[in-house]
Design a protein around this ligand. Structure first.
Ligand code: RET
Length: 267
């Protein structure tokens, strides 16, 4: 069934404004929950807040027409999405990795390995978004699918890292942390799979679904992947932290020891 053009434009704009309002509400809610998190864990709320803030701006740009361009193929490309995703997807992944990877004290070889893993995941993710954007702009069909394939490769690398070394680390942490990580990683994986599917079925790919359906699905999935995931993360971290027995970190203990020793020698 085809919708009259003017009516479709109204529906598109309405969904973009729903996206805008939902992201803004999510940002406020996450910031409020963030204030009740212990200082050590507050970075989760800050990252999730930023994810929603960036998306609020992207949806505002798309709803007002500033975030869309006409490609060489003559289709509307909502480029604001890709700018949004280039910043928000790494933030979401870092949130997941910060739950799964154990906190390190002292650094050393473990710290280098951990940094390389985080850097690698972010690089593969940004590669996925940038090549996806190039695919959207490419007029030649073969080339477009080459870019799409490259983007899917980036996505695969992200998933391999998440369900490989990060999962192994999360399992080692055990208990509530492991449970929270598995929930977050499963939600993220299922939701993220929807993006390349909608893309290929949508106007940038095979145009099996119309622009209105595409905008509607992206708005709903975006809200779930950003606000829903963010809420799951901050409330989950709050719960896990409140169950953890209070303990002084070994790093702080050793600093305290060094300070006492220094004070003694000074006397
Ligand atoms: C594209 C098209 C090319 C192939 C692939 C894609 C994957 C996109 C993903 C986006 C995730 C966005 C999120 C945003 C909100 O928080 C670029 C659509 C693989 C996975 C989670």
């Amino acid at each position: 069934m085809s919708i009259p053009l003017a009516a479709a434009a109204v529906v598109n704009e309405t969904w973009l404004w729903i996206g805008f309002a939902g992201m803004a509400a999510g940002a406020i809610l996450i910031a409020m929950i963030g204030t009740s998190l212990p200082a050590k864990e507050r970075h989760h709320a800050i990252a999730s807040f930023l994810v929603c803030l960036i998306a609020t701006a992207a949806y505002f740009a798309m709803a007002t027409g500033a975030g869309v361009l006409e490609s060489a193929r003559g289709i509307d490309v909502y480029f604001a999405r890709y700018i949004d995703w280039a910043f928000t997807t790494p933030l979401l992944l870092v949130g997941l990795l910060m739950v799964g990877l154990p906190s390190l004290r002292g650094g050393g070889e473990d710290g280098r390995e951990r940094n390389a893993l985080i850097g690698g995941v972010i690089a593969a993710d940004v590669f996925m978004i940038v090549t996806g954007f190039v695919a959207a702009l490419t007029a030649d069909e073969t080339n477009r699918y080459v870019w799409y394939g490259l983007s899917c490769l980036g996505f695969l690398l992200v998933l391999v890292a998440v369900w490989g070394p990060v999962y192994t680390a999360a399992k080692k942490q055990g208990g509530e942390t492991k449970k929270l990580w598995v929930t977050l990683a499963s939600v993220l994986t299922v939701l993220w799979f929807i993006y390349p599917i909608v893309w290929i079925l949508g106007t940038e790919g095979e145009a099996v679904i119309n622009l209105t359906t595409e905008i509607t699905i992206f708005a709903i999935v975006d809200l779930l992947a950003k606000v829903g995931f963010g809420l799951l993360l901050v409330t989950g971290v709050k719960k896990v932290y409140s169950k953890r027995p209070a303990r002084r970190s070994s790093a702080r203990k050793s600093t305290a020891k060094k300070t006492t020793a220094r004070r003694k020698t000074a006397r």
